[in-house]
Design a protein around this ligand. Structure first.
Ligand SMILES: Nc1nc2c(c(=O)[nH]1)N[C@H]1C(S)=C(S)[C@@H](COP(=O)(O)O)O[C@H]1N2
Ligand SMILES: [Mo]
Length: 211
């Protein structure tokens, strides 16, 4: 059947199954919006690093890292998809170059203020479109959208894109993050409608095959 022309023609095919396109940019998160305190803020890379050491950046220290721009849609697992976000920030893969993980690291946990967390496969984190964003549509992120730094993983549901990012933990065994512990899917591919943990195949859970 041919697609009927409509105002969303350019966007249809870009909206994953079960999602609805929303206009504007809704704010969605659990808990309060943290206040940015530059003197206390750091980004910490820790866990199973190759050297065993932890690395920390101050906010100003991030200026030395590379930058990329990525245009992507944002799919909240509860249904809304907001489109055409232009993100600017640090390619997540740059972190791996600067502080390599130990052999055997296949997953990371992204940590945000107030203990919010999201786990993902290392391959999701190093995907070319995954970035730690500082800007959106040419402006610094607003507080409610994650200022000063937000992980953006465009190919996964929004709960894998922590706002107010503060840490990356290298994991030698997968572990569930905040929403993943509360009934949401461990992988979260919106094109496969991986919304809920009861839909997980054995190999998609944190215990790997044959557990
Ligand atoms: N720190 C933190 N980041 C978070 C969340 C949260 O509760 N806390 N919610 C996630 C969810 S479920 C979604 S859909 C997106 C929403 O991003 P937005 O508010 O910029 O639209 O943020 C994600 N990042
Ligand atoms: Mo969400």
């Amino acid at each position: 059947m041919a697609e009927s022309p409509s105002s969303t023609a350019g966007v249809s095919g870009r909206i994953p199954p079960g999602q609805r396109q929303v206009h504007g940019w809704p704010v969605s998160h659990y808990g309060p919006v943290p206040r940015f305190r530059p003197e206390r803020w750091n980004l910490r890379v820790f866990g199973a690093t190759a050297s065993g050491e932890t690395r920390e950046w101050t906010f100003d220290g991030l200026a030395d890292l590379p930058r990329i721009t990525v245009v992507a849609d944002l799919h909240c697992a509860s249904g809304p998809t907001s489109t055409d976000h232009e993100w600017y920030g640090i390619p997540a893969a740059a972190v791996l170059d600067l502080i390599p993980p130990a052999p055997g690291v296949r997953h990371i946990m992204a940590w945000a203020e107030y203990g919010y967390s999201a786990n993902m496969r290392l391959s999701d984190f190093t995907s070319p479109e995954t970035l730690m964003a500082t800007h959106h549509n040419g402006e610094p992120l607003t507080a409610e959208h994650g200022f000063p730094l937000r992980l953006v993983v465009p190919h996964l549901y929004g709960y894998k894109s922590p706002k107010w990012l503060r840490g990356i933990e290298y994991l030698t065994a997968d572990r569930r993050g905040f929403w993943e512990e509360r009934g949401y899917h461990n992988i979260a591919d919106p094109w496969k409608q991986q919304r809920y943990s009861y839909l997980e195949e054995d190999i998609e859970g944190p215990h790997g095959p044959a557990s």
